[in-house]
Design a protein around this ligand. Structure first.
Ligand SMILES: C[S@@+](CC[C@H](N)C(=O)[O-])C[C@H]1O[C@@H](n2cnc3c(N)ncnc32)[C@H](O)[C@@H]1O
Length: 488
């Protein structure tokens, strides 16, 4: 039994930790990673598959292996993948230190939320496993807590661990951890105002958030944050090279003043030093690092190489970015972003964007690279597996429908979590290719979800109620399509 058997972790999709993201960033640094559609992917510490299963669904030609020491979580993952009829995923109860049975090598190895929460020996084994099992052109992802950001969280964790050790069982320990924190924050003397503010700053979201997160982050036996340069040294001692951050815009310095940027360029002589100084500047507490075999030689600088396997998609920042672009638009980025926003959430090729903006594709690629580096667009190597419009008898992603039936927020085909209200959830469950929106209106008419979703519903006459339900379902179905939840 592990602590994750007693209290499973909420297993979610993380866009920054997908094989697709690894492929995008590696491509931009001049590497030639395996096409994700047919790739082999290993996730170390996959919990109940919230991150791996949606990737296996989106890439039926790929092969996905998930390992986790928690039998309870792996059983949950297996049940889900069986219910979805997946045949390209293999979920194993296995300690990461056990040798994998087959001599498989993986194009992508993902390890999110594990490294800082295991012993030093296990940390070493994670890096050794990556080195041992990563294909020559493979890319790995490891996330971990970092210093200096974690220094301010440590008093709270140390308090919770010190107090919690006197109690048994996760739920009691969580309650006690919250109670002791409230007591201490309330009793800190006024002379320690800054200390009290720091404790409160980190405690408030914890008190409101998931008990599972609090337990596995703040009460876990291990939680060792590293400075970025220390992590890079550990990786390098295992024969791995740091490639880039998975969230590439964090490597940029656009948020610094001109003079800060100038000084940084003077004091930081290489990429590792630059990023380390940036962590000191930004008080960073978490990193998502991409690693490659040490003998791989990526380009030093980001570049758009034409032709490119990368496609572009609008994201939540695109509209704001369009507004900020001042005329004259030297690179045709305004026209391109507007085109993307109109086609959202579809991923489209650079060639199509270039045609829309009336410029050569390599020039468009350069402009889009700038937009990606400032988080104004997303890039992907995987063709869309959703439809952006609502058909006569819409079909929602089977995983999303299963999650709704099991009371979870659904995972979209953009690998995000959609927070739907109860009415949209009921609608999604009815999107099985059998029902039209009229059928769904009939089914949901006068039900509890519509009554609470539509203001003044019970005061309306039945004809108006029917009209209002239909209007609301139309709008919600479009939202589902825009979120990437519909597959036909
Ligand atoms: C904080 S959870 C993160 C789960 C998942 N990767 C995520 O981010 O949602 C850590 C996971 O690592 C697994 N784990 C911890 N130590 C392990 C070990 N030695 N071998 C295999 N899995 C381990 C736990 O069972 C747990 O599912």
């Amino acid at each position: 039994m592990t602590t994750y058997d007693d209290l499973p972790y909420e297993s979610l999709p993380y866009p920054s930790a997908t094989a697709d993201r690894l492929a995008v960033n590696a491509t931009l640094f001049g590497l030639q990673p395996a096409p994700v559609g047919g790739a082999t992917v290993l996730e170390v510490g996959c919990a109940s598959g919230g991150h791996l299963i949606p990737q296996a669904m989106r890439n039926p030609g790929g092969k996905f292996v998930g390992i986790d020491a928690s039998a309870v979580q792996i059983e949950a993952a297996r049940q889900r993948s069986q219910a979805l009829g997946l045949t390209n995923i293999d979920l194993q109860v296995r300690d990461l230190s056990d040798k994998l049975e087959r001599e498989d090598h993986f194009d992508y190895i993902l390890c999110h939320g594990v490294f800082s929460w295991v012993s030093d020996e296990h940390q070493h084994q994670i890096l050794a496993l990556i080195r041992d099992r990563l294909a020559p052109n493979g890319v790995a992802y490891v996330s971990y807590n970092t210093l200096p950001g974690w220094y301010q969280r440590l008093p709270l964790r140390d308090l919770m661990v010190f107090h919690g050790a006197r109690f048994d069982g996760p739920q009691t320990q969580i309650e006690q951890a919250k109670a002791i924190s409230r007591f201490v924050i309330g009793a800190v003397p006024d002379t320690e105002e800054t200390y009290r503010a720091i404790l409160r700053h980190f405690f408030e979201p914890l008190a409101a958030g998931s008990g599972s997160y609090l337990f596995h982050e703040y009460l876990s036996e291990h939680n060792r944050a590293h400075y970025f340069h220390q992590f890079v040294d550990l990786a390098s001692a295992s024969g791995l090279r740091y490639l880039a951050d998975s969230d590439l815009p964090t490597m940029m310095t656009g948020d610094l003043s001109d003079s800060a940027r100038e000084t940084l360029e003077t004091v930081a002589t290489d990429l590792i030093a630059t990023e380390q100084y940036l962590d000191f500047l930004r008080n960073r507490s978490f990193r998502r690092s991409l690693l490659i075999p040490a003998e791989c030689e990526p380009e030093n600088n980001l570049a758009w190489r034409h032709p490119s396997p990368l496609m572009v998609r609008a994201n939540a920042e695109t509209a704001g970015a369009i507004e900020k672009i001042e005329a004259p638009d030297v690179l045709p980025i305004r026209a391109a972003l507007s085109h993307l926003a109109r086609r959202s959430p579809a991923a489209i090729s650079i060639e199509e964007l270039a045609r829309a903006a009336g410029v050569p594709a390599p020039m468009m690629g350069e402009a889009i690279l700038g937009a990606y580096a400032t988080a104004s667009v997303d890039l992907t190597t995987v063709a869309d597996t959703f439809v952006p419009v609502v058909s006569t008898r819409p079909v929602a992603c089977p995983l999303a429908r299963l999650q709704i039936r099991q009371g979870e927020d659904p995972t979209t085909r953009l690998h995000t979590t959609a927070e739907l209200g109860p009415l949209a959830g009921r609608l999604l469950a009815l999107m099985d290719g059998e029902h039209t929106l009229d059928d769904a209106s009939g089914r949901l008419f006068d039900g509890q979800e519509v009554t609470s979703a539509i203001d003044g519903y019970t005061d309306l006459d039945p004809v108006e109620r029917r009209r209002q339900v239909r209007i609301r379902l139309d709008a919600l179905s479009k939202e589902c399509a825009a979120a990437g939840l519909l597959i036909s």
